[in-house]
Design a protein around this ligand. Structure first.
Ligand SMILES: [Zn+2]
Length: 295
């Protein structure tokens, strides 16, 4: 994955809260290891942590402090080619350029969504959350929350190949949820049902498909500022990294790894094969209308 060295990055789309502490509050997660596993299974790449019993407890001291590194260090595509955090800024920029143009083409209005970088724990309009839940989108404040430490886990804990585009896939999936939120389809997963044929799974697979749609158009979507695409090159190896990540977070893979058996009735995101298939559908067609996982 190569970015245009000379392109400027729009860091206003990212809130850098790494290294900041939640003032007067910590986060505890009920249920110990069992709870943690449920959390991983339940929310991985998911939507809003509120239904998972996250509770907030007073913790001593701590003042909010932001390093705001990205605003300082992530200026150009060259920075995005060199640094992981700047790369995520670039992916956020590229994804939102694409979706705003795609919405405009459909005479719809795209409202940008910020991505919040955090470490450890974060407070959101959907409740307090810890890094353990993985990246997620909160519909109530329309923000994507991301602890960059997750990308190491993607490789070490979940067995994905890693690589820059694996990260891009994760970010693009979360922006897929934002697109669903704007289109009114996100709410379909709120019936609290799980299972291979559930709305929860269909919503997740559609977000994978939307990630693929963005990937198809990433190298041809011009930035407003330069008239040139921010993403200069995506190779087959990049797409394979994305597919590897999609498979690694399939419900069947995660269940096999963490609970030792596969129970499709509790799926919330779809199997490895489904997630790859829907990313591919989006990528090969480049057409969001083909992402109708509800059909
Ligand atoms: Zn998701």
């Amino acid at each position: 994955m190569q970015f245009d060295d000379d392109a400027g990055l729009d860091t206003s789309q990212v809130q850098d809260e790494r290294g900041s502490r939640i003032p007067g509050g910590g986060v505890t997660i009920g249920g110990g290891i069992v709870g943690l596993v449920a959390l991983v299974l339940g929310l991985f790449f998911g939507i809003g942590p509120q239904e998972l019993g996250l509770t907030s407890e007073p913790a001593p001291g701590g003042t909010a402090r932001s390093d705001a590194q990205v605003g300082r260090d992530c200026r150009t595509g060259q920075d995005a080619n060199a640094r992981e955090d700047c790369r995520i800024v670039a992916v956020v920029n590229s994804a939102q350029s694409f979706w705003s143009q795609e919405f405009a083409r459909r005479s719809a209005a795209y409202t940008p969504a910020s991505t919040v970088f955090f470490t450890g724990q974060v407070r959101t309009a959907c409740g307090a959350a810890s890094s353990a839940v993985g990246p997620f989108y909160c519909p109530a404040d329309r923000k994507v929350y991301l602890d960059l430490g997750f990308f190491n886990e993607l490789r070490t804990k979940f067995g994905a190949s890693g690589g820059p585009f694996a990260q891009a896939y994760v970010v693009a999936h979360e922006y897929g949820h934002h697109v669903q939120n704007l289109m009114g389809t996100l709410g379909r997963s709120e019936d609290r049902r799980t299972g291979a044929g559930s709305n929860a799974v269909k919503v997740e697979l559609q977000a994978d498909c939307y990630a693929g749609v963005w990937a198809r158009h990433a190298t041809t979507t011009p930035e407003k500022s330069t008239g040139r695409p921010l993403v200069k090159q995506l190779t087959k190896a990049d797409i394979d990294d994305g597919l590897s990540a999609a498979a690694a977070v399939g419900d069947d893979r995660i269940q096999e790894k963490f609970q030792g058996r596969v129970t499709p009735e509790s799926w919330t995101h779809g199997s490895a094969a489904q997630r790859q298939q829907w990313f591919n559908t989006g990528y090969s067609t480049g057409d969001m209308a083909r992402c109708n996982t509800f059909r």
